[in-house]
Design a protein around this ligand. Structure first.
Ligand SMILES: C[S@@+](CC[C@H](N)C(=O)[O-])C[C@H]1O[C@@H](n2cnc3c(N)ncnc32)[C@H](O)[C@@H]1O
Length: 226
């Protein structure tokens, strides 16, 4: 009964215009921003830290966009000699990232509040776009990925770490069923098909690396070929 009510609520939420769904996500992340680092600590130590390190070793810019900087967990991995712009929808998350940004990076890193679905950068601004665990939360992921494509230079690249719907049918079904309550509480979708979304947005996939069993965590590299 309670679960059904949850489902109805989120179904109605999904039917709402993108602006309202975006506002819901912004509020959820503002709320979780105070406990985000604590909750993520175990997975950060076991998995995320080493995946971030590997991803950022591929980033040479010179102009780099990070979408969904969150509380700034990638900041310690930012390479030198790049001009980096980081954006996030949630002022609560961004405030934490700004707090830990070292003064020595003030000239090379700019952090701004902005919606990935509607960025105010001109076409073809960046050489590389990075996002880690973000397109599970962007209300319309294909629009966000299309925007990322628009602001990337032709020949530029997209680098993602993402969790998504498992490939194994039983687990995929379970994730679909749990997607609703989890989204309601955290703002995250656990059953997105992010590799397909990247392709739908016009990117050409270059590499998909499985990071865990069952196809849940992946590192995705794609190129803007036109
Ligand atoms: C799961 S957190 C990941 C944060 C960080 N990238 C990390 O690796 O820890 C997702 C982040 O995406 C941001 N986000 C969600 N929708 C967004 C949007 N439409 N535009 C920009 N940021 C968005 C959220 O505010 C949140 O900070």
């Amino acid at each position: 009964m309670i679960y059904r009510s949850f489902q109805c609520y989120v179904y109605l939420l999904m039917k709402k215009p993108k602006t309202q769904r975006t506002e819901f996500t912004r509020k959820r992340y503002n709320t979780v921003s105070t406990i985000y680092d604590l909750v993520e600590w175990p997975v950060e130590q076991i998995w995320y830290k080493k995946w971030r390190r590997e991803l950022w070793q591929q980033i040479h810019g010179p102009k780099v966009l990070e979408i969904g900087v969150g509380t700034g967990k990638n900041i310690s991995h930012y390479p030198g000699n790049v001009e980096l712009t980081g954006i996030d929808l949630s002022p609560g998350m961004l405030k934490r990232a700004k707090k830990i940004l070292p003064e020595s990076m003030n000239d090379s890193v700019t952090l701004r509040e902005m919606d990935a679905q509607q960025m105010d950068f001109p076409d073809g601004t960046f050489d590389q776009v990075v996002a880690t665990f973000v397109f599970c939360s962007v209300p319309d992921p294909v629009i966000g990925l299309q925007e990322a494509h628009r602001v990337t230079k032709p020949g530029g690249k997209l680098h993602l770490l993402e969790h998504m719907r498992a490939e194994q049918p039983f687990l995929a079904g379970l994730m679909e069923a749990l997607d609703v309550p989890i989204h309601y509480v955290t703002g995250v979708h656990i059953a997105r098909q992010t590799v397909a979304n990247v392709e739908k947005a016009g990117w050409q996939i270059e590499q998909v690396k499985e990071l865990t069993a069952k196809g849940i965590f992946k590192k995705i590299e794609a190129i803007k070929s036109y």
